[in-house]
Design a binder for this molecule. Structure first.
Ligand code: SF4
Length: 235
């Protein structure tokens, strides 16, 4: 198991203001946002924990990763020819959750949310680069428990159990409904693949700002499953 907790991250102020649709006309709000950005710069510490796992005991709709059983037909089919995967949890870091916008200021709250999401994306990009460099990976895809009905969010428990005490390691814990806290966190597996796979291809959700690929009903048919989208952060 490895922890990546020295991930370079500098908040791009221009990007935060652009995404929050703040213009020069909103001088007070823009100043508030700049102060938040400065605070975030001082404390932000995105983190990742990952583990190299071997795929074993493949059955019809399940398999084992690190000796723990996962049940999902899509996961099983995607890992049919795969021997080794990388399980991970990435987060914006608890440090950013200790900053708050002035009470009731929804726009500044939104700016803070954008900053946390940027920190999470930076953590994920750092993980991918790290894996590419260290393990000489070619093309990869990823899957996340809860992104499809076929791989339910309840399997977050199994995924987290690969690492032991994730809260102690990088500050991420699961709520009673298996959501991650801090919310700007993401968990899943990265695996080598010949043909790029995105869960979005099997997800018919009509409105999703995070969609990365169009829904493909014929691909869903090939997987032989009925699929339904779920709310998510970054799958
Ligand atoms: S379309 Fe949205 S909800 Fe569906 S899998 Fe993709 S990111 Fe998740």
């Amino acid at each position: 198991m490895e922890i990546l907790d020295s991930i370079p991250f500098d908040v791009d102020a221009h990007e935060v203001l652009r995404r929050a649709h703040l213009t020069k006309a909103d001088a007070d709000i823009t100043q508030g946002a700049r102060e938040l950005i400065e605070q975030a710069r001082q404390v932000a510490r995105p983190k990742v924990v990952y583990e190299v796992c071997y795929v074993e005991n493949k059955r019809t709709d399940s398999l084992e990763l690190a000796g723990i059983t996962f049940t999902s037909r899509v996961l099983r089919m995607n890992l049919d020819q795969v021997q080794r995967i990388f399980a991970y949890v990435a987060t914006c870091g608890t440090e950013l959750t200790e900053i708050s916008a002035p009470a009731g200021d929804m726009l500044l709250d939104y700016c803070l949310d954008i900053i946390k999401e940027m920190a999470l994306r930076t953590a994920m990009a750092h993980l991918r680069k790290h894996l590419e460099t260290r393990y000489a990976l070619g093309q990869t895809s990823s899957m996340n428990p809860g992104s499809l009905e076929d791989w339910p969010i309840t399997q977050q428990n199994e995924l987290f159990s690969i690492f032991g005490d994730v809260e102690k390691l990088i500050g991420v814990r699961l709520s009673d409904s298996f959501l991650m806290i801090p919310t700007k966190s993401v968990s899943g597996i990265i695996f080598p693949t010949q043909v790029r796979f995105e869960s979005c291809q099997l997800c018919p959700r009509e409105v999703c700002p995070s969609r990365r690929a169009a829904f493909d009903s014929s691909l869903a048919e090939q997987y032989g499953i009925e699929v339904a989208g779920t709310a998510g952060e970054i799958h």
